[in-house]
Design a protein. Structure first.
Length: 523
């Protein structure tokens, strides 16, 4: 393979309307079901320990065991960090082109297995087929994109040069990176964080979400098949205490985390404490929650707005940090918009993730179902339910999609992240009023605007604090290299995954200045 890969292009998603594609997906799922349960060992370098202390199950059929999982302990955390420290010195010694080849090899491995990887997401995380396929494509995109970005970064940055002096700025890997990933994008998000760390020469200890350990195992297999050496990549499955032990360990140089705000704050506090023997300040790269608003102005095209809002709010049961949670509708069109949204919500397909056409699958686990149900009950007490309460399957962690309006201004539904299929609609006087409401929120991840007037678009673009603003389209589905993704305020550190600056989080800059005037000859 050439040292300079061809220009980056996004991986195309499958055309699910084609019967032949649907047949292949069904075959992949049937083949996976015959292999269940899978086994996820603790993998530290070349050492593997199997076990069944934990398990992952199908959210749509909780009696179906997807994977038996070995739970990592404190000793294995320490061993993984020590192994990564040794592996780091070897891995960073390979040039950027060589590391890029390993990532591109991992992308090739995933591409060849994309159907079985999507099937695993359908079973382990109840992602509908379209969402699961897009997640696999995004994982491939991260590998391909960061491979190319690492080669560019390795060239350094141009500095001012003057006679008699040579100035150089280069970037070097930080060391050992703990990657702590969520379940809702079980391949794409851990792959993006791990690929960025590995592309820049760091070693990685991956702690996948306890709800998606088998997806984490497949990511490890992909990266190792591509050429990442065992010493540079370990996998520790387990619950929160495993991630906490990694965060506290003095041998960890950086932490890449995606998840909730409370857990992110705990990580930041713990990472700020110097442990005995620690010689570096830990870098925390965090993508946290969102309370994402869509502004609909009086001149908006509702034919365009309604399906985009409903998809952004309810696809994958709203289990995305970028999902639409609140609509701020101009009072002139609010009633019309509500009526049309209600009609669209009532016909959403609530069902098993494997069923093509499902928009609202089960939530990830019982505790999520209970949490969202409490918010739905609060919505019914405090506001007016416009659509909701439709029957749901009896087996699995399902919640009916809910559309609510007329909530009081102090309702927690308007400012707390719910992470489920509940959408609130507010009336606003004008776009300025809507922007004032957005500005009051603690989160600033994504946002949307439906308006025809370019002046309105410019105004909202300047006013909104969100990391990703989408105009006249849905607010989910950011694509690598096209919509760099990351939030502001309490939504994270603004790292913009899938963008040109993301790799800078995983390296240290070093400047060297050399006096080039001759000082005599070496004897």
């Amino acid at each position: 393979m050439p040292s300079t890969p061809p220009p980056f292009a996004n991986e195309p998603v499958l055309e699910l309307r084609r019967a032949a594609v649907r047949d292949r997906l069904a075959e992949a799922l049937a083949a996976l079901d015959r292999r269940l349960p899978l086994h996820v060992p603790v993998t530290v370098g070349a050492e593997v320990r199997s076990g069944d202390e934990l398990s992952s199950t199908d959210p749509g059929k909780p009696t179906r065991l997807v994977a038996e999982v070995a739970r990592a302990g404190e000793a294995e955390v320490a061993s993984a960090v020590a192994t990564a420290r040794e592996g780091f010195h070897t891995w960073r010694g390979r040039n950027a082109a060589s590391r890029a080849q390993a990532l591109i090899g991992a992308a090739r491995w995933m591409r060849e297995r994309r159907l079985e990887l999507a099937a695993l997401e359908v079973r382990e995380c109840a992602k509908p087929w379209a969402e699961a396929d897009a997640d696999v494509c995004e994982a491939i995109d991260f590998l391909e994109y960061y491979a190319r970005q690492a080669i560019e970064l390795d060239a350094g940055r141009a500095l001012l040069q003057v006679p008699g002096e040579r100035n150089e700025l280069r970037y070097v890997a930080r060391g050992v990176v703990a990657v702590i990933s969520p379940w809702n994008f079980p391949l794409a998000i851990p792959c993006g964080m791990a690929a960025a760390a590995l592309a820049t020469g760091n070693a990685v200890v991956l702690k996948p979400a306890e709800q998606a350990p088998a997806c984490g195992q497949r990511l490890l297999e992909a990266l190792r098949a591509g050429g990442v050496p065992p010493g540079a990549l370990s996998l520790l499955a387990g619950e929160g205490e495993v991630g906490a032990a990694l965060v506290r360990h003095p041998g960890i140089d950086a932490i890449a985390f995606t998840g909730s705000l409370p857990v992110g704050l705990e990580i930041m506090r713990a990472a700020a404490e110097l442990a005995p023997g620690q010689r570096q300040l830990k870098r925390v790269i965090a993508e946290l929650g969102g309370k994402n608003c869509v502004i609909v102005d009086a001149d908006a095209d509702l034919d365009e707005a309604v399906p985009a809002i409903v998809g952004s709010a309810f696809d994958y049961a709203g289990q995305k940090c970028s999902a639409a949670a609140r609509v701020l509708a101009h009072e002139a069109i609010a009633d019309q918009l509500l009526e049309r949204l209600a009609g669209a919500v009532r016909v959403l397909v609530v069902g098993q993730a494997e069923r093509l056409g499902t928009a609202v699958p089960p939530l990830i686990e019982r505790s999520a179902q209970e949490r969202v149900s409490r918010y739905a009950e609060r919505a019914a007490r405090d506001g007016r339910i416009v659509a909701g309460g439709a029957p749901v399957p009896g087996e699995g962690w399902f919640c009916s999609p809910v559309l609510v309006t007329d909530l009081p201004a102090d309702s927690p539904i308007l400012d707390q992240e719910i992470f489920g299929p509940l959408l609130a609609v507010d009336r606003v006087r004008d776009v300025e009023h809507a922007c004032d409401l957005v500005d009051e929120l603690q989160y600033a991840l994504t946002g949307g605007l439906f308006a025809r007037d370019p002046t309105t678009v410019r105004y909202v673009r300047e006013r909104t604090p969100v990391g990703n603003l989408y105009v006249n389209r849905g607010i989910t589905g950011a694509m690598v290299a096209r919509q760099p993704f990351g939030g502001n305020r309490l939504s994270g550190t603004g790292t913009k995954a899938g963008g040109p600056d993301y790799l800078l989080q995983f390296v240290e800059p070093r400047a060297v200045t050399e006096n080039t005037m001759r000082h005599g000859l070496v004897v």
